[in-house]
Design a protein around this ligand. Sequence first.
Ligand SMILES: [Zn+2]
Length: 218
Amino acid sequence: METSKQKCSKLKVHPNKSFFRNEHILGGFPEPIYQQLRDHPGELQELAQYLLNAHFPESIHQDILDAIGLNMDVPTTSEATYTTTRRARDPRFRELIMDAYGHQCAICGFQVLLKGRSIALEAAHIQWHQAGGPDIVVNGLCLCPLHHKLFDRGVFTLNDHLRIQISEAASSNSQAFKDWMLVYEGREIRYPKQEKYYPEDAYILWHVEEVFLGELKG
Ligand SMILES: [Zn+2]
């Protein structure tokens, strides 16, 4: 039977996350490193925090820790994130995204002003910052915390017409899921005010291939 490695070399492509998922690829440390980490919980936590910061957006750190059964506190962004991230973030990214989208969620339009300032909105990267995604408006979306989380977990993505597609892997019996997610299936995003700020295909393609839990419909 053909191994995953043979399939990769035959395809002559760098395998993406879908490949690893579909092939049920598992990884692990060599025995001496495994023993070292098992015997030194402090080092294990330090390494885990480094890997999270280097490769995954903060919105899904706790989910990953839960999935692998590692019980540790996730520092807040202000406490730790930037110290081990390889690239500094552009501090204007958030402001530029907010302005481009008129301070509303690109999916649901959520917006609330508290004493004149918008709150509970986030500047999401389409191609994650940790994966080399640049801090530019065409690689961003203004999202409420709920839709930011669902986007980073691959529950939905965008197609090349900037329409929302929801993963078939996501399900719920709750009316709220219908109201806050399913109702947007096939709808276009709420566009930025200027066309030059529309999300670019290359970043969306990255999200489809690396994050979205499913296949795009034609
Ligand atoms: Zn929203």
